[in-house]
Design a binder for this molecule. Structure first.
Ligand code: TYM
Length: 342
């Protein structure tokens, strides 16, 4: 992590979509790092419900409200401390949407056309995707820059969106003659599991939208379910490799070793050295123990938090008030630079 330019105070911003329950990829790729970063700088963590409706219309408004609470509960259960960090729901702070409009006019079509996530999500059916899904990355840029955040802890799949955020910041600063007005925030991609793959197919990302629940470990899975999913995780017929090179062309083995290393907090080379030449069964038993030890307490804490939705709503409302107060002067200055009513 390089130091942010002196002009901008170090500040973390990150978010997750409230679409289905969070999984081990969200946890190891991002959430676990969010918790650690709280010791290093001020942090703002958001439940991005405005992003969630780019892909799905919730049949009932309460479904989205419940999903928002679940994600907030997962943040807290994993160790985000609402007394130290700001935790809120995106749609409660309209400044995000206002800045996103300005950024829609800064970003170029060519930049958006390069976004691989949009292509992956829409496949051959681009014309049926919502316009919101297409402009998703400018809203994400607004999320970050409306606070002038400098560090954004995410999994590897978000790196391209962070590059776009930097391009938007740079072009805004140039176009409106405001050098250094917005910082150029950096993606903080930390750990050995920055891209956790499906347990059923090592070439696919572990994802909330995968049809098979066996492909992912949900943060709400109980101990038996976690162990079962790991035991049934796909592997190849060979024993575990002796060295890093032996992982080439073995995506399932590589994925399980990466998950092991991330959960154990040890380098991947140590895990390989320890299990070299062994069968997967023993390794999977130990991996299941590690995963259960880490996930089960989170699931348990989430259940307790979700039993008191009013308290979660209070935490989110309090966070939104703090977030809005930070965003207001930055948005006002941005609008003044553009020439809008401010
Ligand atoms: P989302 O909701 O898809 O995922 C939340 C976070 O989890 C990470 N992640 C993974 N990491 C490792 N392996 C995986 N299989 C895996 N799947 C997901 C993601 O990289 C992400 O960090 N666009 C964002 C949400 C967002 C945001 C923001 C993030 C909106 N505004 C501003 C940061 C800053 C997203 O869709 O994440």
């Amino acid at each position: 992590m390089s130091d942010a330019p002196a002009k901008h105070q170090p500040l973390v911003f990150s978010g997750m979509q409230p679409t289905n329950t969070l999984h081990l990829g969200n946890y190891l790729g991002a959430l676990k790092n969010w918790v650690k970063l709280q010791d290093q700088m001020p942090c703002i963590y958001c439940v991005v419900d405005m992003h969630a409706i780019t892909a799905v219309a919730y049949a009932k408004p309460d479904d989205l409200r419940t999903a928002v609470r679940e994600v907030a509960a997962a943040y807290i259960a994993a160790g985000v401390d609402p007394k130290r960090s700001i935790l809120f729901q995106q749609s409660a702070v309209p400044a995000h949407a206002e800045l996103a409009w300005i950024f829609n006019c800064v970003a170029r079509l060519g930049w958006m056309d390069r976004m691989t996530q949009f292509k992956e999500k829409t496949g051959k059916h681009k014309e049926r995707a919502s316009v919101g899904l297409y402009t998703y990355p400018t809203l994400m840029a607004a999320d970050i820059l409306v606070y002038k955040a400098t560090h954004v802890p995410v999994g590897e799949d978000q790196k391209q969106h962070l590059e776009l955020t930097r391009d938007v910041a740079q072009k805004f600063n140039n176009d409106y003659g405001a050098e250094d007005f917005f910082p150029l925030p950096e993606a903080v991609v930390l750990g050995t599991a920055t891209r956790v793959m499906s347990l059923r197919d090592g070439s696919k990302k572990m994802s909330k939208s995968d049809d098979s629940d066996m492909s992912r470990i949900n943060l709400t899975d109980d101990a038996d379910m976690v162990a079962q999913k790991i035991r049934k995780a796909r592997t190849d017929p060979n024993p575990l490799p002796d060295d890093e090179k032996g992982l080439e062309g073995r995506p399932e083995a590589e994925n399980l070793i990466n998950i092991f290393a991330a959960l154990a907090g040890t380098p991947r080379s140590d895990v390989i050295a320890r299990f070299a030449g062994q069968q997967f069964s023993g390794f999977k038993n130990e991996l299941a123990d590690l995963a259960v030890a880490e996930i089960a307490p989170i699931a348990e804490k989430m259940r307790r938090l979700l039993a008191d939705p009013a308290e979660l709503d209070r935490i989110l409302a309090d966070g939104a008030e703090q977030a809005a107060a930070l965003a207001a002067p930055i948005l006002r200055e941005t609008k003044r630079l553009v020439g809008f009513h401010a």
